[in-house]
Design a binder for this molecule. Structure first.
Ligand SMILES: CC(C)(COP(=O)(O)OP(=O)(O)OC[C@H]1O[C@@H](n2cnc3c(N)ncnc32)[C@H](O)[C@@H]1OP(=O)(O)O)[C@@H](O)C(=O)NCCC(=O)NCCS
Length: 286
């Protein structure tokens, strides 16, 4: 096989890129780039500070890489259709784009071969997200503690939801929530209030959330599970997790998946105890 060549996205028919991403997705069993990247590709989201390229080999598109400027670093997505061979070329292009800024690029459905190729190209793992899931045929719903009640979100709850997200993720890679960010995500086409469960005290204080999402006609997701620090360790995480699972089962879905940082032992222990199993890992390389 000849070395793959890198072609700027502007010089490629975008239909060929969509085709590559859907073929790679079919092979691996899910979306190979995230929602924000798909939105930039389709022009639904600003392309400011964004550059993308494809790898071509013998006239076929075999890989995709994109970088986007962030405040403190350069973010990226990298996709190779057939495993490890094309990856070093795509990663080298991303590093070149980043120049002397830090590059953090996401490789989804990572395989051991790909991680070895990335390591050989001088990259290390910055973050590793486990994707875990289970079936929804039977769900044992745990009761919430104290006098907390689990229900769908209302507009009056949004400040409380934001406070939970800010406090629960304070100091982590998932921190820094803002009202704008919350509203941006509530504007996604899949968003529905009834899928965002909150646990509230009798006087309306929000103690935790389980934001669920319908991904496909059969698969749901825990988009975000977060308990306010003052309410943690009392069984609310388990109660909200299982209430959300029951909700997804009620709307006709038969499985749930979620992304969890491999360093988040607390959450991993909870998911393990509720019967979730590892499906694959998404890895951020730097
Ligand atoms: C992870 C999180 C959702 C758990 O919620 P919680 O209300 O504190 O957890 P619960 O009290 O319901 O405990 C449920 C299980 O979690 C695990 N767990 C909870 N606290 C733990 C701790 N301090 N250490 C280890 N495991 C712990 C245990 O398995 C526990 O079950 P057990 O009590 O029967 O042993 C909560 O800590 C949180 O919001 N963390 C910050 C945000 C986050 O990481 N969200 C998950 C992203 S994927």
């Amino acid at each position: 096989m000849p070395e793959p060549t890198l072609v700027p996205l502007a010089d490629v028919d975008t239909a060929r890129v969509s085709n590559l991403l859907s073929r790679a997705g079919e092979k691996r069993g899910g979306d190979v780039v995230d929602e924000a990247e798909l939105a930039r590709l389709s022009g639904r989201r600003s392309r400011k500070g964004w550059t993308a390229a494809v790898a071509e080999q013998e006239g076929s598109v075999v890989g995709y890489a994109a970088v986007v400027e962030r405040d403190d670093a350069v973010g990226g997505d990298v996709v190779s259709l057939d495993g490890a061979d094309v990856l070093p070329v795509l990663l080298a292009w991303q590093r070149e784009q980043a120049g002397d800024r830090e590059l953090i690029t996401w490789l989804r459905f990572s395989t051991e071969d790909e991680l070895a190729a990335a390591e050989a190209a001088g990259f290390t793992i910055r973050r590793r997200l486990g994707v875990v899931g289970r079936g929804l045929a039977t769900v044992d719903v745990a009761d919430p503690p104290d006098d907390l009640r689990i229900r769908a979100v209302t507009n009056e709850d949004l400040d409380g939801v934001l406070a939970v997200l800010l406090d629960a993720y304070d100091g982590t890679d998932d921190g820094g929530w803002t009202r704008d960010e919350l509203e941006r995500r509530r504007a996604y086409p899949w968003y529905r209030d009834r899928d965002l469960l909150v646990a509230s005290t009798p006087d309306g204080r929000i103690a935790g959330i389980h934001w669920t999402k319908q991904r496909t006609t059969h698969r749901g997701e825990t988009y975000n599970l977060a308990i306010a620090p003052w309410a943690q360790g009392k069984g609310l995480g388990r109660a909200l997790l299982t209430a959300g699972m029951a909700h997804l089962a009620d709307i006709g879905l038969d499985e749930i998946i979620l992304w969890v940082d491999r360093s988040n032992h607390r959450a991993l222990k909870l998911y393990d105890s509720v019967g979730f199993e590892t499906l694959w890992d998404d890895v951020a390389l730097t």
